[in-house]
Design a protein around this ligand. Structure first.
Ligand code: PEP
Ligand code: MG
Length: 590
């Protein structure tokens, strides 16, 4: 029986790749059904062989995809995803675990699905969003093996008809990579988050995508007309003629705007009153550097070095870190690269470092507290950063500072290392800028005491909001309280900027707020020198920046500071931006 879908059914998910797509649903049925069957002891060898052959077949399939993908220049940087899948096929827990279950007399697909369940449970207990989302890679490899074992034909994204909007429970990065842009207009999934490989790829491929819709696969059927807006995360099922027309217009103006944004690439980031606000990139993985260059970022405002420590049994040694920092500096071509020292603990979990379980990890041994506690590890990183500073313009950034003593302790260790390097005759930049993340309430309250200690502040609003409002940034039950425009946050930003400006200390913001073009006027009005963001956000922010003045921003900030709730603040900002830049800030209909 066909599900009945009312006209203009609006849903909201997570928009991970901007753009508007209008088309018909192609529903992908991905998960092969598996029976767990007990087998005779005489059948064990045959099942082990079947499992081994399935692995080999999966390897062949992935190698084929790898070859096809490596022929496409713009996808080459993502080949590591296929390599990750190939590595998962060699994973001991997966392979040996399944073989063990087969030897305990379970059929191959049953044994594999049991092991996959165990692996999924392990991933679900990981706090870190980035790592948790790597679970989708394990799922993708597991499904591939299960499809081979159960004889369900390899579902090629090629079978999909023209003008399709793919709807799937989840899409593996390998599947996303194979999408033919001339057929597939966009995709929507039940699962997924902002930092999944699939989301990263959708942006590289320029395919509008909305993920995390939870149960979209059970709400639609093949050929149902659908509209998706990958910027706002809005999905409209069975749109009326009027809605379709409206979105068609929006699509045209979006495409016009995108073409227009390209023309800003080589223009400087200047306001109309000639204030230069550097637009820099946040860097997590190597491929972000390509994006940073593509969008003409003025260097790196935040390099989250914790990603160097992930997925390996030993932390990277000095030489390896030195080489990777130098490589980034080389690519930055003289622009500054802000290297943040290891920021783990709390929600950022690095299993390889064997952190102890803590009752309250967000307030535990995280960020700089961990580094000062594990001084040996800290010194290795500082030596690598200092040595690399002779290859280009490095700025060093310390995370989670809550008091003056911590920054003084960091500077003392830095001095010790400089003395060591002098003795060893190794060169470094003696004038390298030192900065701290402002992300704890105490740092905001004593910003005027911290400012003379450092060259720059970088406001980490992702954490600042969590600590100021006492709202766990990863807890969906309190997500409604996570309000960047809360009057308390506005005051915190204002106090920090004023303290920095009074002391002549540089001030930038590198939390997600920096990349939200709706906030650009406010951030410039507060007095920020730099905004550091996901590189894909730079063109839009630059376009806004070039049409506003710091003076107007100051007036808006004064007005916002008289308001009493986040709602009032956000309404005032939306009204202001819509009246100034109606082509960019059209009201989303929902
Ligand atoms: C922040 O907290 O805003 C920030 C930029 O750091 P991270 O998101 O890595 O904690
Ligand atoms: Mg932070």
């Amino acid at each position: 029986m066909k599900i009945k879908v009312a006209k203009d059914t609006y849903l909201v998910g997570i928009g991970v790749s901007p753009g508007i797509a209008i088309g018909a649903v192609s529903l992908l049925d991905q998960h092969p059904l598996v029976d767990q069957v007990l087998i005779e002891s005489t059948e064990v060898e045959a099942e082990l062989l079947r499992f081994q052959q399935a692995i080999e077949r999966a390897q062949e399939q992935l190698q084929k995809i790898k070859q096809a993908v490596s022929r496409q220049q713009h996808l080459r940087e993502h080949l590591y995803i296929i390599d990750t899948h190939l590595l998962i096929l060699e994973d001991e827990m997966l392979v040996d675990g399944t073989k063990k279950a087969i030897r305990a007399q379970m059929n191959a697909e049953g044994a594999l699905s049991q092991v996959l369940e165990q692996l999924r449970a392990l991933f679900d207990n990981i706090d870190d969003e980035y790592l948790r989302e790597r679970r989708s890679d394990v799922d993708a490899v597991g499904d591939r093996l299960l499809r081979i074992l159960t004889g369900v034909s390899e579902r090629t994204i090629d079978n999909i008809g023209k003008e399709s909007l793919v709807v799937a429970h989840d899409l593996s990065p390998a599947e996303t990579m194979q999408m033919d842009r001339s057929k597939i207009l966009g995709f929507i999934t039940d699962k997924g988050g902002r930092t999944s490989h699939t989301a990263i790829l959708a942006r590289s491929l320029d395919i509008p995508a909305v993920v995390g819709l939870e149960s979209i696969t059970s709400m639609v059927y093949d050929r149902l007309p659908v509209i998706i807006d990958g910027s706002s995360g809005v999905v409209v099922l069975n749109p009326s003629e009027e809605t379709s027309r409206e979105y068609l217009e929006r699509q045209q103006s979006y495409e016009y705007l995108e073409r227009d944004l390209e023309s800003y690439r080589d223009l400087s980031a200047l306001t109309t009153d000639q204030v230069h606000v550097a637009l820099r990139a946040n860097l997590e993985i190597a491929s972000d550097m390509e994006q940073a260059k593509k969008h003409a970022a003025e260097g790196i405002g935040l390099y989250r070095t914790e990603f160097l420590y992930l997925g390996r049994s030993e932390p990277p040694d000095e030489e390896e870190q030195y080489r990777s920092y130098c490589e980034i500096l080389q690519q930055a071509e003289g622009e500054p690269v802000t290297i943040r020292t290891l920021d783990i603990g709390g929600d950022k979990f690095v299993p390889e470092l064997n952190l102890e379980d803590e009752a309250n990890p967000a307030m535990g041994l995280r960020g700089i507290r961990f580094s000062l506690h594990e001084e040996r590890l800290f010194k290795v990183q500082l030596r690598a950063i200092l040595r690399a500073s002779s290859c280009g313009k490095i700025r060093i950034l310390f995370p989670m500072i809550s008091g003056v003593a911590e920054i003084r302790a960091c500077k003392k260790i830095l001095c010790e290392i400089q003395a060591q390097l002098d003795q060893e005759g190794l060169s470094y930049d003696p004038n390298l800028d030192i900065g701290i993340m402002i992300e704890t309430p105490s740092a905001v309250m004593i910003a005027s005491l911290l400012a003379p200690e450092v060259d720059f502040f970088s406001i980490g609003t992702n954490d600042l909001i969590q600590y100021f409002l006492a709202v766990d940034r990863g807890n969906e039950h309190v997500a409604y309280l996570y309000e960047p425009l809360h009057p308390a946050i506005l005051r915190a930003l204002k106090a920090t900027c004023d303290a920095a400006n009074d002391a002549g200390t540089g001030i930038c913001i590198c939390g997600e707020m920096a990349g939200e073009s709706l906030y650009t006027l406010v951030l410039v009005g507060l007095g920020m020198d730099e905004l550091s963001m996901n590189p894909a956000c730079i063109p839009r922010v630059k376009r806004v920046l070039r049409q506003i003045s710091r003076q107007d921003g100051k007036l808006l900030v004064d007005k916002l500071l008289s308001l009493t709730s986040s709602k009032e603040v956000s309404t005032a900002i939306e009204q202001e931006m819509r009246s100034r830049l109606p082509d960019i800030f059209a009201r989303p209909r929902i």
